[in-house]
Write a protein that binds this ligand. Structure first.
Ligand SMILES: [Zn+2]
Length: 99
């Protein structure tokens, strides 16, 4: 399963993850996930990142982190060719050495 957390300005909805763990841990443990994040999300969600990391350390989740740049833009009505990672101005992630 793949999750893109980048657009969220709200705290992480942990029930999504706890629900997945509850449903899938009987089939595969750790539960494999791929999570797309931006440097901006990391800056704004330190407690959520720490919580996800603790689940990895505990052997509950296996996370492949997907680099979605420092900050990519999204537009509800913007065509896909100019949206998300293809939005003009999206640059590769240089965190933590960004300018
Ligand atoms: Zn993203």
């Amino acid at each position: 399963m793949t999750v893109d957390l980048c657009p969220s300005r709200h705290p992480l909805d942990r029930i999504v993850f706890t629900g997945l763990i509850k449903e899938l841990s009987g089939v595969e443990k750790p539960v494999p996930l791929a999570i797309a994040i931006t440097g901006r999300w990391i800056d704004r969600h330190p407690a959520d990142l720490k919580w996800l990391d603790s689940l990895v350390t505990a052997g509950i989740l296996s996370i492949v982190w997907i680099n979605h740049s420092y900050n990519h833009y999204t537009g509800k009505d913007v065509p896909l060719k100019n949206n998300f990672m293809l939005a003009p101005g999206t640059e590769s992630w240089t965190y933590p050495d960004r300018k």
